[in-house]
Design a binder for this molecule. Structure first.
Ligand code: NAD
Length: 499
């Protein structure tokens, strides 16, 4: 019997098995579990539990909410190995990479613990004679998070710690491909002392998502996933009057200038392109080499360095990266490699057919390097989300920047150079939300906020950090006067001014 993963509603593990789907161990290619796919009634039950818990939770002193988060952080650290094993088994990322993911998630819990500071509000005395005014940041109510497969712990941790410390209750719908980490986090929150109903997890697919998008008690929706789904989520949630932030896909380019330190560039590109099998929204998937001479050297050095890469099962810490998420995704990635070759690009290293010994049925794609890629190619236009690095050759930095600025995605980018003036011009004019200067994966730390531009983010506020605090609260501004018996004003029909 394969175990069935259910939901976590009102402090209880709940099973609803009318519909379910297989969960794979991508390293072996075998089904390891089943996940229940929530019905409309189950999602409504979770929303009702969250709504019932809201009145007490919003009134709990912020210090009380934050102390639960402190405890939760301790539990995340104490159970690190268990969480990383769940991530590795269902996602395929290598244990050291899972530990990195979890650590970046924990940093969001740490930032959320600063809630007493960022919820303090704003106060102005004497905005008029004897009149004071202040703004406070109130919770929204029940909010929902819908998350992707590629960071089963970190992306949920971008969302719910902040939402909870701000006084909201939460319904999380994690990826159905790797649901176990979220359920485990829910149980740790309960151990940390979170009241039942404040945090709920429903597993499921589009059917569950559509209930969240339309339900009148859901006030806001945070989404992270692919762009077509992000666009749908944003359009549907906002059409139902909800606040929404929907983070989508990416195609992150690195410009390599002729003056860059190539040894450093090659090392950092390998990790940024192939780490986590390229299944990161900040993965560097395109290198724009400025000048043919540089491109030739770069391709030679990268392909040599790639011979040392180790692809294999998540559980062996000696591996550099693991499998991709599903058999269908492996086929899709391999399809992009084939299409690049068919459209005239040069396959320098072809990762198709790589199958580590002992894991012959796992969903592996080896590291792939493709040169002479041009903007008209499908593999350039679309997000591949696999261990595939493509080289585009241009003659000038302006040409390289124009290429990036024309792309539909604008998540992350990077420039490698020793020229400060070029780097400054690049960071000022590039149409991308997160920019690295000699930093290949410029993922903002937890006390900044994460957000791409163009079709990488639908909505106004990014994830976590200060934007997260604004997203999960709404400002209320109160103006007060306590008139004394001596001060009585007659009716006034004009706008008050201090003139
Ligand atoms: P996905 O869009 O397939 O799924 C994301 C979530 O949406 C899942 O919970 C899924 O159940 C749900 N979903 C899928 N199809 C749906 C539909 N038709 N209607 C309603 N809900 C639906 O994404 P994925 O494959 O899990 O994740 C990979 C994608 O996420 C990549 O495109 C990657 O770039 C992106 N991503 C972006 C960021 C970012 O911060 N911008 C971070 C991580 C991942």
């Amino acid at each position: 019997m394969t175990p069935i993963i259910g939901h976590f509603i009102n402090g209880q593990l709940v099973l609803d098995t009318a519909r379910s789907q297989a969960v794979y161990n991508p390293s072996t290619g075998q089904v390891s579990k089943q996940v229940a796919l929530a019905s409309k009634a189950t999602v409504e039950e979770a929303i009702a539990a969250a709504q019932a818990a809201f009145a007490d939770w919003r009134n709990a002193p912020v210090l009380k909410r934050v102390r639960i988060m402190f405890k939760f952080k301790e539990l995340l650290e104490a159970n690190r190995d268990q969480i990383c094993a769940l991530i590795g088994e269902e996602h395929g990322k290598i244990v050291h990479d899972a530990a990195g993911e979890l650590q970046r998630g924990i940093e969001n819990v740490e930032y959320a613990c600063a809630a007493p500071e960022f919820l303090k509000g704003e106060f102005s005395k004497n905005v008029g004679p004897g009149v004071d005014s202040w703004s406070e940041f109130q919770p929204l109510g029940v909010v929902a998070g819908i998350t992707p497969f590629n960071f089963p712990a970190m992306v949920p941790l971008w969302m719910f710690p902040m939402a909870l410390v701000c006084g909201n209750c939460f319904v999380l719908k994690p990826s159905e491909r790797n649901p176990s980490a979220s359920l485990y986090l829910a149980q740790l929150l309960q151990q940390a002392g979170l009241p039942d109903g404040v945090f709920n997890v429903v597993n499921g697919d589009k059917e569950a998502v559509d209930v969240l998008l339309a339900h009148e008690q859901i006030q806001a929706v945070s989404f992270v996933g692919s762009t077509p789904v992000a666009r749908y989520i944003y359009a549907t949630a906002t059409a139902h009057g909800k606040r929404c932030q929907a983070l989508g896909g990416a195609k992150n380019h690195a410009i390599v200038m002729p003056d860059a330190d190539l040894d450093n560039v090659v090392n950092s590109l390998l990790g940024a392109a192939f780490g986590s099998s390229g299944e990161r929204c900040m993965a560097l998937s395109v290198v724009v080499a400025v000048g043919d001479a540089l491109a030739d050297r770069l391709v030679a050095q990268i392909s040599t360095a790639m011979t040392g890469l180790k692809v294999g099962a998540y559980s062996d810490g000696g591996n550099d990266f693991g499998p991709v998420i599903t058999a269908a995704h492996k086929e899709k990635v391999e399809g992009y490699i084939a299409s690049a070759a068919e459209q005239g690009a040069t396959l320098v290293v072809d990762g198709r057919g790589v199958q580590p010994a002992g894991y012959e049925t796992g969903f592996f794609v080896g590291a792939t390097l493709i040169d002479h890629v041009t903007p008209d190619m499908l593999s350039y236009q679309e997000e591949i989300f696999g261990p595939v690095l493509q080289i585009v050759r241009v003659d000038t930095m302006q040409e390289a920047m124009a290429l990036i600025n024309r792309h539909i995605y604008g998540n992350g980018t990077c420039i490698y150079t020793r020229d400060g003036e070029a780097a400054r011009y690049f960071s000022d004019h590039i149409q991308v939300g997160m920019v690295g200067i000699n930093i290949p994966l410029p993922v903002p730390v937890a006390y900044h906020s994460f957000g791409g531009w163009k079709q990488s983010l639908f909505g106004d506020l990014g994830a976590y950090g200060p934007d997260g605090a604004r997203f999960y609260t709404r400002r209320k501004t109160i103006t007060q006067r306590w008139p004394t018996a001596e001060v009585r004003e007659g009716a006034s029909f004009s706008m008050p001014t201090l003139g």
